[in-house]
Design a protein around this ligand. Sequence first.
Ligand SMILES: [Zn+2]
Length: 252
Amino acid sequence: MANFNTHLFIATTAGVGAALVAANVHLIAYRDMPWLIFLGTLGGLLPDIDASNSRPVKLLFNVLAFMGIATMLHKFKDSYPPYPLLLMLAGTYLFIRYAMFALFNALTVHRGVFHSLLAALFFALLMTCISSRFLHWDALHAWLNGIFVGLGFIVHLVLDELYSVDLSNSRIKSSFGTALKLFNYSNMTASALMTICTMTLYWMAPSPMPLVKVWEGVQWDNYLTPVSFLKAYPWPSELISAAKPDKSLNCK
Ligand SMILES: [Zn+2]
């Protein structure tokens, strides 16, 4: 499998490429690009959250623990004196970061159901629902957020699968077929559970019609046209020719 840095680099590159194409065909505005690239990168790190010692999963549980602390502080800051409150906050952090993390590790296996196309769909719809219901984004942008997370996720699966083919020795490693799969064939209970969650999320998601309408109006032949903000800056070749001294001015 590809390591963390490779996934980070490839997911960011894919996110930049996809955002550039989307901006060129006027599917998104230029100002949307940085956020969508970030989501593409995030999606590219998500499939390995079931690897117990992976950096993304530790980061995820740290973020969840701090979100837990913020929620507790918001809810109980006026009801408890400082010391008991401090103890409660420390307890919340330890519970989420260590107890829930251990439970998650015990229930998941690496390259299980989280490392599948079904999970890509699940996380894309989860991001769409979070954007729409909690962050109050409009339906079009909520779906775009979900699509970029899903895109980064799929790039990760493809990359892992490519790493399972050893081109130099023309052989296929034993991990072949475990990275890019529709769902977890060896754990049907987990797969069925994730299918139910995915269907629920689709039911909760806003109507995709605004995205469909914009999609239908896309001018696909423009996909390679450099976006206008890039045109506004000189290209490196133009900078070099501008820096060269004008020979006609050299006099002996
Ligand atoms: Zn992976």
